[in-house]
Design a binder for this molecule. Structure first.
Ligand code: C2E
Ligand code: CA
Ligand code: CA
Ligand code: CA
Length: 279
């Protein structure tokens, strides 16, 4: 009897928590739908540098959400939810349009830049995604070669056949492709060989310990060798110290991103950073 009561109370507590969760989910969804219309999203740009000489000609685009009540919401807090509910499609389109317009105006000012944009599993699963990207490029007046799309291993392995079709179409358009968070997923090397990608990004979790962890050193060195044998450029993300940067350079890593060089910056500050950095 006692146990049953406990059980019931447990259930009630659980139901109440579920309701809050669902309500929270629903407001989050309607908030997300409103966000794009009300200009609550904004973009940051993190410099991507050539390790050999520090030259920067690219940046990764990272989204933020300025929520009227919750303040700045980082992408890890709403992108997974947006993927579950399908709201990601509208977000990806918004990011593509805004980032490509920004890129067009920088290029018109004479800045030779390209951008890396993150795409999600859902995006790759959409048969018309390549057409949407093509449309966004045309509308902005940007060449396909100045766009690189970052795709995670898990996004590819979710539906490999569909992902491959999508990546092939993007590749034929001249869009560059990058495998993000490399090493954290379960993609087989045999599969990687088939993907029409040009770049591989080593996940931060392997990069940050490079100055002290021998296992990370082994993983990163062999990843760089593997990528180079497959003709891919290698980018290391999450570089925070000079020691890590130097190790990566000695391993032959091509490009670098991280707080050591710059945090993700608003558009104006990114250009200010470039001016200081280049001259
Ligand atoms: P990601 O693509 O792996 O992006 C790298 C994350 O590491 C970014 O977090 C960046 O701010 C952070 N970071 C860069 N350098 C350092 C460093 O030196 N140290 C540390 N500790 N962190 C560093 P952020 O901006 O919070 O983005 C998190 C994730 O959200 C991204 O991971 C990406 O998966 C997703 N995301 C961000 N923007 C978009 C977007 O526009 N669309 C989609 N679909 N996903 C996005
Ligand atoms: Ca990324
Ligand atoms: Ca990453
Ligand atoms: Ca990540």
């Amino acid at each position: 009897m006692h146990e049953a009561k406990q059980g019931n109370r447990g259930l009630l507590v659980f139901e109440a928590a579920m309701e809050r969760h669902v309500e929270h989910g629903l407001t989050l969804l309607s908030d997300l739908r409103r966000a794009a219309d009300q200009h609550e999203f904004f973009l940051l740009y993190q410099p991507k540098l050539r390790l050999s000489d520090g030259h920067c000609d690219a940046a990764e685009v990272l989204i933020r959400w300025r929520h009227p009540q919750r303040g700045i919401v980082p992408p890890d807090r709403f992108i997974p939810f947006a993927e579950q509910t399908g709201a990601i499609k509208a977000i990806t389109l918004w990011v593509l349009q805004h980032a490509l317009n920004q890129l067009a105006s920088w290029q018109q000012l004479g800045w030779q830049l390209s951008l890396n944009i993150n795409v999600s599993t859902r995006d790759l699963g959409q048969p018309d995604f390549p057409a949407l990207v093509d449309n966004a490029l045309r509308r902005a007046g940007v060449a396909a070669a100045s766009l690189c799309l970052e795709v995670t291993e898990s996004a590819i392995m979710d539906d490999p056949a569909q992902a491959l079709r999508c990546l092939q179409a993007l590749n034929e358009m001249g869009v560059r492709l990058s495998i993000d968070d490399f090493g954290t997923g379960y993609s087989s090397l045999a599969y990687l060989k088939k993907l029409p990608v040009q770049e591989l990004k080593i996940d931060r979790s392997f990069v940050s310990g490079l100055d002290r962890d021998e296992a990370d050193v082994t993983i990163v060195r062999s990843t760089i060798d593997l990528a180079h044998h497959m003709g891919l450029a290698v980018v290391a993300e999450g570089i925070e110290t000079e020691a890590v940067s130097q190790r990566l350079r000695s391993f032959g890593c091509d490009q670098a991103q991280g707080y050591l060089y710059s945090r993700p910056l608003p558009a104006m500050e990114f250009i200010a950073w470039l001016k200081q950095h280049r001259f």
